[in-house]
Design a protein around this ligand. Sequence first.
Ligand code: GRF
Length: 221
Amino acid sequence: MTAKKRVGVLISGRGSNLQALIDAAKAQEYPAELALVISNVPGVQGLARAEAAGIQTRAIKHQDFPSRETFEAALDAALNEAGVELLCNAGFMRLLTGSFVSRWLNRHLNIHPSLLPAFKGLDTHGRVLRSGTQITGCTVHFVRAAMDDGPIVAQAAVPVLPGDTEDALADRVLAAEHRLYPHALRLVASGQVAVDGERASGMPAGMGDSALFSPPLPGNF
Ligand code: GRF
């Protein structure tokens, strides 16, 4: 087997997507290993999850730095020191500068809880509910300087159900995120994904089908 790609994960909080990656990476044939988890917020649950899994962690507080550039230089130094080859944002709540983004270009993934390019940004599920959208989902994409922008690697569709609250919808989408992110990272880490400008290609079909609807839809939708 070829060497596993060394992956760094950037988090800011709960880390349930990080946990999904930790669990996936336990499989012997998974093409990635988690080398370092960095949180910009100390003491968060995601750091405890990483420590419990024996993964190296760092808390690098953005408030400790005089500028975005110096904060990002500290991120870069820690990632390089750990030999990180691929970077995953998993609930990382800081915008990164164009300079950091270009250093990790096409080696840096993000997950967003909507079917991009719809509903970029915060309050995603609230805006989905207020819009009357009937199908939402989640997206893993390569990071670009603009928020929630970049070549799409994988998406999963999730229904909006009658009577949904933001919490109910967020939980349903999150369950899909936990399946999608390990799938997308596997594709990228195993070298199956090519990026041509703003479009990714080479991914086998798979996650966008009705099997991913969670819970399964009633009847013959
Ligand atoms: C997820 O919904 C992710 O899509 C969004 O922030 C949330 C992070 O949750 N970017 P967690 O920290 O992975 O539990």
